[in-house]
Design a protein around this ligand. Structure first.
Ligand code: HEM
Length: 536
């Protein structure tokens, strides 16, 4: 193309500058024309082209959202990654999104993002699966695996075993040495969810003990490095997803620092997937080699591998034809990944927040201890049964109340697949809504004295409040499938710890140290764990 070559050669640097400036000028005019003529304009900070409101954020995302809610009210908007996001902060606004009907237009969590598809987040597993049929298939087997009595019994068994192990480490450290309760809760829930999901033990508890104590456990060191890598990769997978959702593609692809971070996210995906694939392969072989008259274990992985095969460990069978096929390794990997990702931080942070609030609310702690005494008497060591857990009504109310004040999941996202009315406005298909749980949970329209910790709210039978004033587990088709498991884990650990120990906060004046994305992470909670004399 000699003509084009001559044309470009004849261009001066000032010409290039003028052309670029004109393009940028028109882009900005176009951007703000769209912004100021958008449907249903809502209050919110004015976005910048490309960055949207990302640069408005100062400090922690969760604190930024709280400030926005305070400033703009119960419905406001921001723009991130070119996507307009509508924040809903009242129970009335979210009713349609939590409707369990299969005709809902609020099935999807996120709009399609190519890089998340490449990360195999969409189309596999449950959490971010955009494909309804694939999600339904996976969710059916996920729920089947997690809800059987043998699985819930296994949850109690493993919970006890891991608690006794953790308790021994605490004894080694001693009652007068401060420990980071939040780090221990993360290790506990990590070991717990991995063993329940895969049937394999990772050693994050002993590995953590070895890093903070001069004494060492006598388990050989090899699995520790492996465990640490595995834990890091799960966390990185979650943070990597958030990075991709929140950073514009043009920046991720072309700015070297961001490009490198994106490459690391993909490298981590390969590590995590290889690791899970190896675990699946090994278990398939073990199952093949197990004689027919020897029972198989009741972890999720065995349930997934045997589903719809002659060795199916689940008695229930779905009648629908499309469910009557075994799961592929890729499907199993997606489900295991989601169980581990969704089941670790949520439970660990809830346990940490409970310890913080109990430390600051002695009258609530006293009532909780009285309930434990009613159920266990002076016996601080007997195993906790399902019947005991059913009796722990006040403990359950404490879990709800503290999750209301400090939820582990601060918001849920829905992307509409059709036009619909929300909060009195008609919205086009493809609108992204953020159900801002943290704001709803403390909205004065729903709660009297919302900042006050008062578990009795969840015990009063005649308490009249909006049905969506509190949603610990979300709702509708996407409601948390791990809620029963989580509740067993939470109540069990509270009972095991508090019936025997005092969890003393080291610094009563220290604020709760958190950092938020969609999840609210407890970053540190320094406590001393002291044996308690239980005589009431
Ligand atoms: C305290 C602990 C937990 C809390 C507070 C929690 C909360 C939630 C919330 C709010 C959602 C979103 C629901 C929605 O969008 O409507 C969710 C989804 C989910 N949770 Fe949990 N969860 C917890 C523990 C667990 C555990 C232990 C597991 C698994 C073993 C789990 C697995 C999942 C999965 C797979 C989803 C996605 C469901 C779907 O998209 O269909 N969660 N959880």
């Amino acid at each position: 193309m000699p003509f084009l070559t001559t044309f470009f050669e004849s261009l001066k640097i000032t010409d290039v500058f003028i052309v670029l400036s004109t393009i940028i000028f028109f882009y900005i005019v176009h951007f703000y024309y769209n912004y100021f003529t958008r449907v249903n304009p809502l209050p919110g900070p004015i976005p910048l082209p490309i960055f949207g409101n990302a640069l408005n954020k100062s400090g922690d995302v969760g604190q930024w959202f709280q400030k926005l809610h305070k400033k703009y009210g119960d419905i406001f908007e921001i723009t991130i990654l070119g996507t307009r996001r509508i924040f809903l902060c009242r129970g009335e606004y979210i009713e349609k999104m939590l409707d369990p009907s299969t005709n809902t237009i609020y099935f999807q969590r996120f709009p399609y993002i190519k890089d998340l598809d490449d990360l195999k987040v969409f189309g596999t597993g449950i959490l971010a699966n955009l494909n309804y049929n694939s999600w339904r298939y996976n969710r059916t087997f996920f729920s089947q695996a997690i809800l059987t009595p043998s699985f819930t019994n296994e949850t109690l068994n493993k919970g006890h075993q891991l608690f006794y192990e953790m308790e021994n480490y605490w004894k080694e450290i001693g009652p007068d040495t401060p420990i980071d309760y939040s780090a221990w809760m993360h290790r506990f829930t990590n070991d717990m969810i991995v063993v329940l999901t895969t049937g394999e033990r990772i050693y994050s508890l002993p590995s953590y003990f070895n890093t903070i104590s001069e004494k060492k456990t006598d388990i050989p060191s090899a699995p520790f490095e492996d465990s640490e890598e595995f834990i890091k990769s799960i966390r990185m997978f979650m943070l990597g997803n958030a990075f991709i959702i929140l950073t514009p593609a043009i920046i991720r692809h072309y700015l070297p620092y961001f490009r490198q971070r994106q490459d690391e996210v993909f490298k981590n995906r390969d590590y995590l997937f290889n690791k899970l694939d190896q675990i699946i392969k090994t278990r398939r072989k073990e199952i093949e080699e197990t004689p027919l008259d020897v029972p198989l274990s009741h972890d999720m992985l065995t349930s997934f591998i045997t589903a719809n095969t002659p060795r199916d460990i689940n008695k229930t069978r779905k009648a629908e034809k499309e469910f009557l096929r075994p799961m592929t390794d890729e499907e199993i990997r997606g489900n295991m990944r989601d169980a581990i990702v969704a089941g670790t931080e949520t439970t660990a942070n809830t346990l940490s927040f409970i310890a913080y609030y109990l430390g600051h609310n002695p009258e609530i702690k006293e009532k909780l201890l009285q309930e434990l005494y009613r159920v266990f008497g002076d016996d601080m060591t007997r195993p906790v049964t399902h019947e005991d857990l059913d009796k722990l009504e006040y403990t359950e109310a404490v879990i709800y109340e503290i999750s209301r004040l400090s939820p582990a999941v601060i918001m849920m996202v829905r992307n509409s697949s059709g036009p619909g009315e929300v909060a009195g406005y008609n919205w086009p298909a493809g609108t992204t809504f953020h159900i801002y749980l943290e704001a709803i949970n403390k909205n004065k329209a729903h709660w009297e004295d919302p900042e006050k910790a008062d578990p009795e709210r969840f015990l009063k039978k005649d308490e009249k409040r909006h049905k969506n004033a509190f949603n610990m587990w979300g709702g509708g088709m996407r409601i948390c499938p791990g809620r029963k498991l989580a509740m067993i884990e939470l109540k069990l650990l509270i009972a095991l710890v508090y019936r025997k120990y005092d969890v003393e906060l080291v610094d009563m004046n220290a604020p709760l140290k958190t950092r938020s994305t969609i999840i609210n992470y407890c970053q540190e909670l320094m406590v001393k764990i002291k044996p308690r004399n239980l005589s009431k």
